[in-house]
Design a protein around this ligand. Structure first.
Ligand code: GDP
Ligand code: IMO
Ligand code: MG
Length: 435
């Protein structure tokens, strides 16, 4: 499985696209259309938000698992765009009947809450993700199976809209939403979604039993995980590897390989702690060279240096067995590259990752400056093609994290990739019945 080891946007889309060649099924287990996974194939750009990137490979089935929150309108829009691009979605893409549905009042409440005085602003993607997961955990959500049950849908929308309008008016003075109009729109959407709906836990387990291989496509990243991230500046789901089991219905002991993705530097979108953030010119240079602008909201991403203590933390939380380093080419022009090798709190070294956002305010990074290579790595496909300093940079990451680098991405295109031999072999000869 593929999991983000930072704050998202590590290049999961590209890596899933490269690896999906050797997998029968690609499954999403968490998040919703807050994700933006960009894949570039022969100069053609695809930004996938809800649909797993496996859809771009012929013969690969795609599953939206129960742990995902599904915005029906966003889903249908994405499906239409994929069909227009000539891709086969019908009969190839499956949505869990147990996934929760995002409705317009989720967005209404999120937007109002984000801007309400006194509330901590998270800098969300405004997609209704948090409020939809709140309703799921509060046991008052609507699931995809319920969306297809029109009588139940009508009743659910009537009750929920009445309640949400009252809450939103009382707390934020929001304009009320119209339940009848909402029902008409979502009943029509339900009809179009119905052919995609399945018991995807059964589908995935049957695929495993038949010896097929499944690739989990993580969304967001470890530091955005609801439990293990920089709470409250996180998303509302379990983005880490543990979420893959509950988010799909595949047992945890079927997962045998966790591939952690990290950029060769670091970025974050939205508010919250970012110890190795580089706010000066060098940070701006990373943003420009790395084209660090959010795929979903267009916001400039905050940029900074690789943070090894956080990477070690991500390794621990996810059980990362291989690292993939992306966007190495973005560092090509730098004379030296700072890497955060340790953390200090109140001037004293610490091995702890703080549980509170306020704890992060006191954190200082200890930097080690690595020599840059000032040569192009763009498009390299062999470790041997990399300048010596780039090879040393990767070796340093391996030594400091204790995890081997299985792949290095050297550009956004599918073929701009380096495979370590052993990693490539492992991908070809995975244990049958394992993820
Ligand atoms: P995801 O959310 O983890 O799938 O990542 P995003 O797609 O949001 O962001 C990664 C961005 O970097 C995308 O625009 C990719 O096309 C691009 N990208 C991926 N790998 C590389 C790479 O190795 N080099 C460069 N320059 N760009 C890359
Ligand atoms: P991918 O899958 C980067 C961030 C938002 C915000 C916080 C909460 O492309 O890596 P939310 O809308 O989820 O309630 O917002 O999480 N965020 C992401 N940042 N990549 C993502 O997904 C993200 N999904 C959510 O910017 O800070
Ligand atoms: Mg993204």
């Amino acid at each position: 499985m593929i999991v983000g080891a930072q704050w998202g946007d590590e290049g999961k889309g590209k890596i899933v696209d490269v690896l999906s060649e050797s997998f029968s099924v690609v499954a999403r287990y968490a998040g919703g259309h807050n994700a933006g996974h960009t894949v570039i194939i022969n100069g053609k750009k695809f930004v996938l938000q809800l649909v797993p990137c496996g859809v771009l490979r012929q013969g690969c089935r795609s599953v939206i698992g129960n742990g995902v929150v599904l915005d029906p309108m966003a889903f249908l829009k994405e499906v239409a765009a994929l069909r227009d691009a000539g891709l086969k979605v019908d009969g190839n893409l499956f949505v869990s009947n147990r996934a929760h549905v995002i409705l317009p009042y989720h967005r209404m409440i999120e937007l109002a809450a984000e801007n309400a005085p006194g509330r901590v602003k998270i800098g969300t993607t405004s997609r209704g993700i948090g409020p939809a997961y709140e309703d799921k955990m509060g046991r008052r959500g609507l699931r995809v199976a319920d969306l297809l049950d029109l009588q139940l849908l009508k009743k659910h929308i009537e009750n929920a809209v009445r309640e949400k309008n009252m809450i939103a008016h009382a707390l934020f003075n929001s304009e009320p939403l119209d339940a009848d109009k909402m029902y008409a729109e979502y009943a029509a959407a339900a009809e179009k979604i119905a052919p995609f709906v399945a018991d995807t836990a059964v589908l995935l387990n049957q695929a495993l039993a038949a010896g097929e291989s499944i690739l989990f496509e993580g969304a967001q990243g470890t530091m955005l995980d609801i439990d293990h991230g920089t709470y409250p500046f996180v998303t509302s789901s379990s983005a880490t590897s543990g979420g893959a089991a509950t988010g799909t219905g595949i047992a945890p002991n079927a997962i045998d390989s966790v591939i952690g993705l990290t950029k060769a530097y670091c970025t974050r979108v939205g508010e919250g702690p970012f110890p190795s953030e580089e706010k000066g010119d060098a940070g701006q240079q990373l943003r420009v060279r790395g084209n660090e602008f959010g795929a979903v909201t267009g916001r400039p991403r905050r940029t900074g240096w690789l943070d090894l203590p956080l990477l070690r933390y991500a390794r621990m939380i996810n059980g990362i067995s291989w690292l993939v380093v992306t966007k190495l080419d973005v560092l090509d022009e730098l004379a030296e590259i700072p890497v955060c090798v340790g953390l200090k709190i109140d001037g004293k070294p610490t091995g702890e990752i703080p549980a509170q956002a306020s704890g992060f305010d006191k954190i200082e990074c200890v930097y080690h400056k690595m020599p840059g290579w000032r040569a192009s790595t763009q498009g390299a496909t062999e470790f041997g093609q990399l300048p010596k300093a780039a090879q040393e940079y990767l070796a340093f990451v391996e030594k400091e994290t204790g995890v081997r680098v299985g792949m290095v991405s050297t550009g956004p295109e599918r073929d701009q990739i380096i495979f370590a031999d052993e990693f490539a072999r492992e991908m070809q000869t995975r244990s049958p019945g394992k993820v």
